[in-house]
Ligand binder design. Structure first.
Ligand SMILES: CC(C)(COP(=O)(O)OP(=O)(O)OC[C@H]1O[C@@H](n2cnc3c(N)ncnc32)[C@H](O)[C@@H]1OP(=O)(O)O)[C@@H](O)C(=O)NCCC(=O)NCCS
Length: 196
């Protein structure tokens, strides 16, 4: 149904509607659904402050400006994106500003190609007094044939800080599932090695 003052946009077979901007200038959109209940981004934004998600994923198209001398995506471009993902994951989890203390075990398993979609899958593995370990796995997808590859992984140590850049205590987190307990233990071991 067309509504005066609202633009209509089409995503594949589903149709979404752009709503007028909110007072902060952000455009909201009733997200199109590929089946299941429609999801209003506006609701998500209202609920967001109470969501302490430990996971974050970000997908970026690998463009020709990211290329290195061999024609593949530059490692430095990937590191910059990893840093952004770690920052976003830590800040969203803690609800505070965070700084990078260290980056560990950066593994370039396979080259990343221009034209691929790189998805950065981040998770808070461990929460200390003021520190968070963010594990990130990068998976690429060739959008033409759907072929996926695990190309990178690494661990970021992020520290929650106040406005004076002094470390701030985080709410305690206790892992409950077996998988979370394993990640927690592995992260603790890594932190000990980092301190050495
Ligand atoms: C991050 C920073 C605020 C920490 O300051 P600090 O005086 O070491 O703070 P603390 O001693 O209170 O330690 C804070 C946390 O970092 C951890 N930490 C600090 N140094 C560590 C090390 N060498 N190994 C492992 N953990 C370490 C501590 O264990 C603590 O974690 P916990 O609270 O979960 O137990 C400070 O080092 C800093 O400002 N670094 C620069 C950050 C930056 O600019 N990053 C961008 C880089 S381009």
């Amino acid at each position: 149904m067309a509504v005066a003052g609202q633009a209509r946009i089409k995503f594949g077979t589903a149709v979404g509607q752009l709503k007028p901007p909110l007072s902060d200038g952000l455009m909201t959109q009733e997200a199109p659904s590929r089946g299941g209940a429609p999801f209003a981004q506006e609701d998500f934004m209202t609920q967001h402050p109470s969501l302490k998600s430990r996971d974050l994923s970000m997908t970026v198209l690998m463009t020709p400006d990211m290329v290195n001398f061999s024609g593949n995506v530059h490692g430095g471009a990937m590191l910059k994106l990893l840093d952004q993902v770690a920052y976003a994951c830590a800040v969203r989890y803690s609800g505070r500003y965070a700084v990078t203390l260290a980056v560990e075990k950066v593994l370039f398993k396979q080259p990343v190609h221009v034209g691929e979609l790189a998805t950065f899958l981040a998770r808070i593995n461990h929460v200390g007094r003021t520190s968070m370990e963010v594990g990130i796995k990068v998976v690429t997808e060739n959008p033409r044939d759907g072929q996926c590859r695990h190309v990178m992984s690494c661990f970021f140590y992020m520290i929650s800080v106040d406005e004076n850049r002094k470390p701030v205590e985080l709410e305690a987190f206790t892992p409950e599932t077996e998988a979370d307990k394993e990640r927690w233990a592995a992260a603790l071991k890594r932190k000990e090695t980092l301190s050495a």
